[in-house]
Design a protein around this ligand. Structure first.
Ligand SMILES: [Zn+2]
Ligand SMILES: [Zn+2]
Length: 919
């Protein structure tokens, strides 16, 4: 590898442009099933082919890359499987918009040409996100890049569909579905956006058939749907209405009467009048009530959301009403119905009413519950084993708290509508004999299309297979119509963990990497995607698709608001990478990835970690001046005190980073690294060894230079999964073997480095220097000013340690240090600070303004008191204590303890200075 000199200043753009291509070209990310290590595999949540990197992707993929790089360095047989989703509706809409701009349309082009256009679009514009993931440092095995519509994956889809059909787990049924009257397609629940709006609640009177002077009053937000009512429900235990169950009411504006049924599920007897209308063809709850009571379904809206003449006629609606509303959209028909009811004196009142309205996530058109023939997966038999594997721990959900969400949802799961009325996607492998199903096709022309829209009615008999049938098994004829629908995109992405590894072929990849190890995902697709992978993995592989599901939180803005373009609070990861560097962005996201808590991201945070990268850069540049060839590692006993200490701290850091990564605590792992590098390596260690480094003839020189570089090299490897670019760049400048840090072993801790005695000595030194620095600040000594100070300890053992530390005390305290017992210290012009047996005395020079020093103390004490009060009041707040994680509470308590300690030191200093000033 090339080894240019380390640049003077850290420029992430330069550093980050140097390495990625090289890593990729040398095949460092390429997995081989024959690799001897224990397999570790992650399948990427496939981004949409239309997608562009947002901050949620950045978090999701940074976490995956940290795990992948860490496991690769641990010697595991690592595969990170990349890919993209064809994103049916999203992609189709993009291309449709292009066609509209060209003055044509999907319908004019026809199906085959349109699909050709989508592929052409993909070739030109699709997959921008792949380049962006590379910019993020994602070490995917790009040679294996898959696409849900590629040949292999399409083969898997076909195989799964046919097998599920043969097992009677796929059926065609007439169901109420979410329907976009603009896109003319079914939508999954996730594709419907709910919005709270101010609607109106209409109370309508239905006269009893046997006593028309008496009415049942029902309330509805959609009066027009009453025309499709097929019953009125009351609660079976409601004494007001119980006697009416089994009787009938006349349905206003129609020639029909409808039954009164008792239903304890649909009716809340304390809400409204306690009587509700049932419209099975236009409401999800009513659809189910209709199933319970075997009620007919009378659709009165067509697929474009317009009042349908034939439907209204079938529902027995009065001719004059039909003429007034047929072919109108709902919002135009509604006032006409209101008017007709008013004229008959049946509209009792209209009140304001808040309600949720579902809209198409693509085009924002109001979604209609729509009755149509669709394909479904019978889900219960697939859900049961998928519940069991989570219950018995074969799949672990992290954080554990989401397990109950998963289980609760899976126990309530409903059959999965898998058909979509679009063209871009996997077309359903079902054919219908033209002769046998002659009466069951409707070919409808609409004003906007040149080719007719095909609807295949309920009752048509499909022939399902991997290939088109050659002749009809019933009549022997050979003319077929293929089902025009395509499959829900979750159908193909639900096969992702095994289809990407080559299934249905029994490939060596499949044998090696399935079940995969970890899935990293957001909560929003736990059910839509994760649950489906579990069900289909168990069904077709007989084994779970992954062991651990790590669910990360959402990235929000600094105030905790959802990022949105309209609010203007979006943080664009590409912009941030440009400005502060990818390493800083990745480290920020990792450091904030606390379980279950949303990340409140501010650019200042990322800038802060850019400064961290800068600090590392400068420390490395400094250290590099002292590289003097590699040598065999020294046993700890032959090293100096600072060297023994930093290795002990390194040991602790390696141990904790590794344990936190095992536990998916990226935040704690990042914070341990940050603390070690910034405070321990840069602030303390480099300072402690400076006198040795600067003295070329110092006897400790060789061992110190060796430890300096050794520690840096290990630290870079430890940090690499988090900040891959800067670590590679610096590692290349150190004496090393091997081509790249990517392939180096992850550090393991050596227990020989742990030395309790050394750690205690350091704590003593740290505390003494802290006291000296406090005194320097109080007395207003400049940082460089040489001072005279005294240090002593009550305990003989500690006193002994202090004598070994005298060089470091002098160097860090800047002045002359005396280690005499306190009894021998001068009594005048000396500021004494005491902390748990340790005493430090700093000479008060003649020119010190004691009055000003006193002012500083008073100010500091009052600031500390305020901070103690603030923390204490939080700790007294039972609400805070109940909600805060234990570690946050412990941290607050520790800060209070520390502040109280500092207060005591200051109180004593204040007393002494008052005596000195004679005040
Ligand atoms: Zn739509
Ligand atoms: Zn036939």
């Amino acid at each position: 590898m090339t080894n240019p000199p380390l640049d003077k200043t850290y420029d992430p753009k330069v550093v980050e442009s140097r390495w990625y291509q090289l890593w990729d070209q040398r095949g460092f990310f390429h997995a081989s099933p024959t690799h001897p290590g224990q397999p570790y595999c992650i399948v990427i949540p496939p981004p949409n082919v239309t997608g562009s990197l947002h901050v949620g992707h950045a978090l999701n993929n940074s976490i995956q890359d940290i795990l992948i790089r860490w496991r690769r360095m641990q010697g595991r047989n690592v595969l990170w499987m990349p890919g993209m989703d064809h994103a049916g509706i999203a992609t189709q809409n993009v291309v449709e918009r292009q066609l509209v701009a060209e003055g044509t349309s999907r319908e004019q082009l026809g199906r085959e040409k349109f699909i050709g256009r989508v592929w052409a679009w993909k070739a030109q514009f699709g997959g921008i996100i792949i380049q962006q993931l590379k910019r993020l440092g994602a070490s995917c095995d790009w040679a294996r890049l898959r696409f849900t519509m590629d040949e292999g994956l399409s083969k898997a889809v076909l195989e799964v569909f046919v097998r599920l059909y043969e097992d009677n787990l796929i059926y065609r049924g007439e169901r109420l579905i979410n329907w976009c009257p603009r896109c003319l397609t079914a939508l999954s629940d996730i594709e419907v956006e709910h919005e709270e709006i101010k609607g109106k609640l209409h109370s309508i009177q239905y006269p009893l058939e046997h006593d028309p002077a008496t009415h049942l009053t029902v309330a509805t937000t959609r009066p027009e749907t009453m025309l499709g009512d097929t019953a009125v429900a009351v609660h079976p235990e409601d004494t007001r209405y119980r006697h009416l169950i089994g009787k009938r009411v006349g349905l206003p504006l129609t020639n029909r009467t409808i039954p009164i049924v008792g239903d304890s599920i649909l009716v809340d007897r304390h809400f409204g009048t306690g009587a509700v209308k049932i419209t099975p063809a236009h409401d999800f709850n009513d659809f189910e009530a209709g199933e319970r009571h075997h009620l007919p379904r009378l659709p009165i809206l067509d697929h474009q959301g317009l009042l349908d003449r034939a439907g209204l006629q079938a529902a027995g609606v009065e001719a004059a009403v039909i003429d007034a509303i047929a072919t109108l959209p709902v919002m135009k028909a509604r006032p006409k119905i209101e008017q007709a009811l008013k004229e008959r004196g049946l509209l009792v009142k209209v009140e304001d009413h808040k309600m949720a309205l579902g809209k198409c996530y693509r085009c924002k058109t109001v979604v209609e519950p729509y009755l149509s023939p669709q394909w479904f997966v019978k889900i219960k038999p697939l859900a049961e084993p998928a519940i069991k594997v989570v219950e018995d721990g074969r799949i672990r959900i992290i954080p554990e708290g989401w397990t109950n969400n998963y289980l609760g949802w899976m126990r309530e799961i409903k059959d999965w509508c898998i058909s979509r009325q679009i063209w871009w996607g996997h077309q359903i492998p079902a054919w219908y004999c033209r002769t046998c199903n002659e009466k069951l096709f409707i070919e409808k022309k609409t004003s906007t299309s040149s080719s007719p829209r095909l609807t295949i009615l309920q009752g048509a008999k499909p022939i399902v297979g991997k290939n088109a049938p050659t002749s009809c098994p019933a009549c022997g004829r050979q003319e077929f119509i293929r089902d025009p629908d395509v499959l829900d995109t979750w159908f193909s992405s639900g096969l992702w963990p095994f289809s990407t590894l080559g299934w249905p072929e029994q490939t060596s990849e499949l044998k090696t990497y399935y079940p995969t190890s970890t899935l990293v995902t957001g909560l929003d697709i736990l059910f839509f995607w994760v649950a489906r992978m579990i069900m289909l993995g168990l069904k077709f592989m007989g084994e779970v698709p992954f062991r651990d599901v790590y669910i990360h939180a959402l990235v929000r803005d600094a105030e905790g608001q959802k990022m949105s373009k309209s609010k203007g609070n979006v943080i664009d990861p590409l912009h941030v990478m440009e400005e502060f560097g990818t390493d800083a962005l990745r480290f920020t996201l990792a450091s904030m990835a606390s379980p279950g808590r949303d990340l409140k991201l501010a650019e200042e945070r990322i800038e802060g970690y850019r400064n961290f990268a800068n600090k590392i850069w400068n420390a490395a540049r400094f250290s590099l001046m002292y590289v003097d060839g590699s040598r065999a590692p020294l046993p700890p006993a032959e090293r100096t005190f600072p060297d023994r200490w930093i290795l002990g701290r390194l040991y602790r850091t390696i141990t904790s980073v590794t344990a936190e990564l095992e536990a998916y605590r990226f935040d704690r792992a990042a914070n341990a690294l940050y603390h070690f590098i910034w405070h321990e390596y840069c602030d303390w260690y480099l300072e402690l060894i400076k006198p040795v480094l600067q003295d070329a003839a110092h006897p400790d020189g060789p061992s110190t230079r060796h430890t300096l570089i050794e520690t840096l090299e290990i630290t870079l490897r430890l940090l690499h999964p988090f900040m891959p670019f800067i670590t590679e760049d610096m590692w290349q400048h150190l004496p090393h073997q091997g081509e790249s840090i990517v392939l180096q072993p992850y550090p393991t801790a050596d227990a020989a480095w742990i030395n309790v005695e050394t750690a205690q000595s350091f704590e003593l030194l740290e505390e003494a220097i802290a006291l000296v620095r406090t005194a320097r600040v109080l007395l207003n000594y400049t940082p460089g000013q040489q001072i005279q100070f005294y240090v002593s300890h009550e305990e003989p053992k500690r006193k002994q340690q202090l004598t070994h530390l005298s060089n470091y005390l002098v160097h860090l305290g800047r002045g002359t240090a005396e280690l005499a017992p306190t009894a021998q210290w001068p009594t005048a012009q000396l500021l004494r600070l005491v902390s748990e047996g340790l005493s430090v005395g700093v000479a008060v020079a003649d020119d010190v303004d004691v009055k000003k020093a006193l002012d500083r103390i008073v100010k500091q004490r009052s600031e500390q008191a305020k901070e103690i009060e603030r923390l204490d009041s939080k700790l007294r707040n039972s609400d805070f204590v109940a909600k805060a994680p234990p570690e946050v509470i412990a941290d607050h308590q520790e800060r209070v303890r520390k502040l109280q300690h500092d207060q005591a030191v200051l109180a004593s200093s204040e007393k002494q200075l008052r005596t000195m000033s004679g005040a």
